[in-house]
Design a protein around this ligand. Sequence first.
Ligand code: PGA
Length: 233
Amino acid sequence: MIIALNNKCNLTKQDFLKYQEELGKISTNNKLILCPTFLNIGHYNLENVELGAQNVSSKEPGATTGEVAAIQLKEEQVKYCIVGHSERRNYQHETNEEINQKIIKLLDQNIIPILCVGETKEEREKHLEKGIIEKELEIALQQVNQEQKEKIIIAYEPIWSIGTGIIPTNEEIKEMIKNIKEILPNNKVLYGGSANEENIVLLREIKEIDGYLLGGLSLKPEKLKIFIEKLEK
Ligand code: PGA
């Protein structure tokens, strides 16, 4: 299983250094991927956890103030990068076309994209979720060849579950993961959205899930440890 930790915009340098001491004590056979803020990437010092980023520029390096390019992430030993997180789609108005450019830039540097897809509450109420995700995948993966495509990790994150404490039913999650795997049969698919050390007992029954993208829980190493122990039972 893959367990990706999305710190979002949390942890000052000092807090991050203490946090890593705690994360360093976790032993697991699962693959842990830590996605800190850009600045904390420079302070990463773990051996049991791989390094990821939360975003990358969709443009070539150069006159793009405030951006970080894939080649710069590569130099920092970044192996994975989240793209298309709903918070960026929402606050930064990122489009599927921009996300596609980010994916191409990352793959050029051999960095594995973790592509987030998911529907809003309103879209689900109107039964549009399947079509929304198909469109997100279709545009984000344009001009990516089959071999490269298969490297991409997909994270199904219903937007109404992120940070809300509400998770879909197992049936709902299973159906969406199956839909994604019908389009991308060889890709790993993660679930993200309020997964925690309690609901993992339910979530782990969904055999189609290849791992988790954790936001809030990523910041609590003690609870994360319990999550992993229950996942491994
Ligand atoms: P959450 O966030 O676990 O806090 O719901 C998940 C995410 O945003 O990736």
